[in-house]
Write a protein that binds this ligand. Structure first.
Ligand SMILES: NC(=O)c1ccc[n+]([C@@H]2O[C@H](COP(=O)([O-])OP(=O)(O)OC[C@H]3O[C@@H](n4cnc5c(N)ncnc54)[C@H](OP(=O)(O)O)[C@@H]3O)[C@@H](O)[C@H]2O)c1
Length: 297
């Protein structure tokens, strides 16, 4: 028997596609994308620009979900910094509206936020640490979190860390890009001075499953247990995939010119989820699993 209907927004994106390519059994699934088809045969798919007036209510009328897993966003930090006006509607206004409609209709909402709500100067961050973003994207997400919880107090706000894994046909992810370059013998510049709590998309999926199936509400961190720089992560990747670590080029954030300021260290404690068995596999094990699956070449 079905446990209910889950609507995943951002179906063509990295996280949405990874959720829908191997959906949890016993649930019925609908995806919503905007410009692109996620190319998942058999998936009930709706296409909608959620930032257009009336689109959120139309989507809920069409999909009639019990749960919304909202992953749609503009996630490019530099695009948000360069154009706050055009990115705010999807990153801030839509989550707020969605929360309002979900509360009115008795739909459970799981909203994916980001470690970018923190400034990176005072880790580790707890679930009750006050958001203190330093870039536009972080501000948009922090404001969205507040709107979601005000309109729909039963919602779960899941702060996601840096994620890696196979990317869908339209989504981007750093890991396939690095593997492609290293396979070609190209050098990959990687930060030594920026620290994150990365998890694979498979681990992130399990965290979201905990949020849904344990009916969690409030802020939930879904970070990994290991604090790591991209350079150290590259070393681990070379160990697991057998690449030459000399191809990794250590760089510092100050060496590169980004539009958006980047927090130095957003490592966050994810005690609520860890206590429920989230994220026990090491990063090395997560990479070995991905390699064994053969979905990234
Ligand atoms: N990836 C990470 O490492 C990471 C880290 C921290 C937090 N997060 C959070 O995790 C969530 C998912 O991120 P992601 O990496 O999967 O993002 P992504 O790959 O950039 O995908 C974004 C998705 O949002 C959809 N979208 C954008 N604008 C839309 C609009 N106006 N109407 C409807 N859909 C729209 C896109 O649809 P189309 O492509 O079809 O236009 C796409 O499916 C986000 O909330 C993000 O903030 C991600």
């Amino acid at each position: 028997m079905s446990k209910g209907r889950i609507l995943v927004t951002g179906a063509s994106g990295f996280l949405g596609w990874n959720l829908l390519r191997d959906p949890w059994p016993e649930w019925e699934w609908t995806g919503c994308s905007n410009r692109y088809d996620p190319e998942l045969p058999g998936l009930e798919l709706l296409r909608k620009d959620l930032a257009l007036p009336g689109a959120v209510a139309e989507l809920l009328d069409a999909a009639r979900p019990d749960i919304v897993l909202h992953t749609a966003a503009v996630t490019d930090l530099n695009a948000c910094e360069a154009d706050p006006g055009s990115t705010r509607p999807i990153n801030t206004d839509v989550p707020g509206l969605l929360a309002h409609h979900c509360a009115e209709r008795g739909i459970r909402l799981v909203f994916t936020s980001s470690d970018m709500v923190f400034d990176g100067s005072n880790p580790p961050y707890d679930e009750d640490s006050a958001p203190c973003p330093i870039n536009v994207y972080g501000h948009q997400k922090a404001e969205a979190e507040a709107l979601v919880l005000a309109a729909c107090p039963g919602a779960a706000v899941c702060r996601m860390p840096l994620m890696f894994g196979a990317a869908g046909p339209r989504a981007h992810n750093f890991l396939p890009e690095w593997i492609g370059k290293l396979t070609q013998g190209e050098r990959v510049p990687l930060f030594t001075d920026e620290f994150r709590a990365p998890v694979s998309a498979d681990v992130a999926r399990e965290g979201l499953r905990i949020a849904v199936e344990q009916r969690m509400s409030g802020v939930l961190h879904l970070g990994g247990r290991e604090r790591m720089s991209r350079y150290d992560f590259g070393q681990l990747l070379c160990d697991v995939w057998g690449f030459d670590p000399a191809l990794l080029q250590p760089v510092q954030r100050a060496d590169l010119n980004f539009t958006a300021p980047r927090p130095a260290d957003t490592f966050f404690n994810s005690h609520r989820a860890w206590a429920l068995g989230y994220g026990t596999a090491s990063l090395e094990e997560q990479l070995r699993t991905l390699k064994a699956e053969g979905r990234i070449s």
